[in-house]
Design a protein around this ligand. Sequence first.
Ligand code: FE2
Length: 255
Amino acid sequence: MILNKSYEISELNVLEVLNFENKQYKANIRTYKEMKDLFYYKDTVYDENLILYYVFRNLSNEEIEDALKEEDLRIDLTVMKDIVIMEEYNKTYGHYHPEASPGRSFPELYQILKGKVMFVLQKSYNNVIDELLLIEAKEGETVIIPPNYGHNMINLNNDLSITLNLVSSRFIPIYSKYDTLKGASVYILKENKIAINKNYILNTQPKFMKTKLKNENIFNDLIKDRRKFRFLNWPYDIMNYFEFLEETFINMQFL
Ligand SMILES: [Fe+2]
């Protein structure tokens, strides 16, 4: 596939390789074999080599490479296929981020370039969920993952979904909880159905949210004002995170 810095996408018939601004990137893939224990219906027969999604890491071009390096930031692109496993939508594995300072992990910014997705954000202590946010976002919208939420992404569309994420390059995601507990605390099924992952204890009801932040172009924004992304490495400068998101970036509204 081809992506340019204006977010135009073409050649979606080839998903293993991404061409972005004269550079070629090879996909990291996730197969059904690696994910099958994480789906709601476990005794299903699918080709184990079926590719569920593709991730291209460290996208850059000449204009933004200094900003990314100096600010310790990274841009990745994820392409999810429109596969449904029985009635469960395709999803990413899910992970937590480590702490940027005591009690506050690194946040992350996502932009939806194509399709419609849902982010499952969970705040947990061991296997007990204290907060569960289900945030829907479609093409042209931006979602910020606040500190301390584990997160995975669901493709709600019956087409490919393509998302960009901007995140600190100072850490490696933590997959262990999603590994041990076999995915997120809820499964997102067709026809607005949600099933609970029995490995968790849910101490809360899910909150359905939408983001109101329309797209900016992060390639342009990094050139114009890279300081606005410093919160991705310095989340502890902000006392009330949700207030900050509402005021500056995003207005997440309870439905
Ligand atoms: Fe993440």
